[in-house]
Write a protein that binds this ligand. Structure first.
Ligand code: MG
Length: 388
């Protein structure tokens, strides 16, 4: 088999929302299609991928470096030992040819997006859901199709008051979520405490709140927030300081005993390893949010999971950023702790296959070949427009 073509397109996912660091008024992502010469059920197999929100489309890097390396490679160098399917590890190594280590910037986003499409193609060629392929190849053989999901929202936007924040979070609860998340650190500490108390006021027993500072705070600010927020029973406190400031993260545990979460802006196994080595994260309560779609894809994520295992961390402490079906498949196949979800944002890319309902903050993944994009009508329409 061989890859006939790799297509990419930049798509808008703009919205008026704002977190503590950026607004999303000009946000885009890259959509990728890996077109193969394989036919299944009378249809050409095309693998699809896209990157998560927050890092913009990466078409230039793909067009200049990563796509040419794939299409110019000897097709035999990209397939597995049967010759009938792609080997994602070989495709990854081909993309990384003549790339220096370190400085993982936006290259990791471009490669991660193509890697997603490769895995989608691999599972479709195998005729299985990706979670099944992953459980068989890298897990215990049996996927756990029920995956924890939480609702991310609670952004700042112009004119939004506490009543609207409460209405928004209540709408997530009404849709079956029992864990919801809101943004902090884009206002004063006093204002954020008031917003958090508003949000907590709508929650019933068993329902929990996460708060996310999006890396906004310096050490003094981080300590002030950690002390003030210690009074609340939060599900987690997320990305308080700069994602690469491991000492700040390590210091915070002297001021905050509850669970903390971070990692969505660490884009390689090596950066993730530095967090584990130097960030003072606690394997018994903290959460890791590495997002394969921003960080070189699943080939690299497998390295990260291996690194975590070597450092005594369970995969179940990982709840990736991004709200995409790729991380859902990885969660089900490899036993991650769950996945983010954005019920009202970044459509049609986020979310679940049509008909999948959230119940007690869990979803059950259906039997769809590949990652499962074919089960989401609005999404697969966009994807097929690119490639078929
Ligand atoms: Mg976050």
């Amino acid at each position: 088999m061989k890859i006939l073509e790799v297509r990419e397109k930049t798509c808008p996912i703009a919205s008026p929302i704002r977190n503590a660091y950026i607004d999303f008024s000009k946000m885009t992502l890259s959509l990728v299609a890996v077109v193969t010469d394989v036919v299944r059920d009378g249809r050409r197999v095309v693998g699809y991928g896209f990157n998560s929100n927050g890092r913009y489309g990466q078409g230039n890097l793909m067009r200049e470096r990563f796509i040419p390396r794939i299409v110019e490679a000897d097709p035999k160098s990209l397939v597995d030992s049967t010759g009938d399917n792609l080997d994602p590890h070989k495709v990854w190594a081909t993309m990384f040819t003549n790339e220096k280590p370190g400085g993982h910037g936006e290259r990791s986003v471009a490669m991660g997006t193509i890697d997603m499409a490769i895995w989608d193609a691999v599972a479709k060629i195998a005729g299985k859901p990706l979670f099944q392929v992953l459980a068989e190849r890298y897990g215990n053989g049996t996927p756990n199709r029920k995956v924890f999901v939480y609702a991310a929202g609670g952004y700042y936007y112009p004119g939004k008051d506490d009543a609207q924040l409460k209405d928004e979070l209540r709408s997530y609860i009404d849709r079956g979520y029992s864990v919801v998340k809101m943004k902090i650190a884009g206002a004063t500490l006093a204002e954020d405490c008031r917003r958090i108390e508003s949000a907590l006021s709508i929650l019933k027993p068993g329902q929990r709140l996460c708060v996310d500072a999006n890396g906004r705070l310096d050490l003094d600010g981080a300590i002030a927030y950690a002390k003030a927020l210690s009074q609340y029973d939060l599900f987690w406190l997320e990305e308080v300081g700069d994602p690469l400031d491991y000492e700040l993260q390590a210091t915070l545990r002297n001021y905050y005993a509850g669970p903390m979460a971070t990692g969505e802006n660490l884009f390689s196994m090596q950066d993730a390893r530095n967090l584990i080595r130097y960030g003072g994260m606690r394997a018994d309560r903290d959460w890791l949010q590495f997002d394969c779609a921003l960080s070189y894809g699943l080939v690299e994520y497998l390295r990260t999971l291996q690194m975590l295992d070597q450092h005594g961390w369970s995969a179940s402490r990982c709840v990736p950023h991004g709200g995409h079906q790729m991380s859902l498949a990885i969660a089900a196949g490899l036993g991650l702790g769950g996945n983010e979800s954005y019920p009202d944002l970044f459509q049609p890319y986020g979310g679940f296959p049509d008909g999948v309902k959230v119940k007690d903050s869990y979803v059950e993944l259906p039997d769809l070949p590949g990652i499962g994009f074919e089960g989401k009508a609005d999404l697969i329409r966009e994807m097929r427009a690119l490639a078929e």
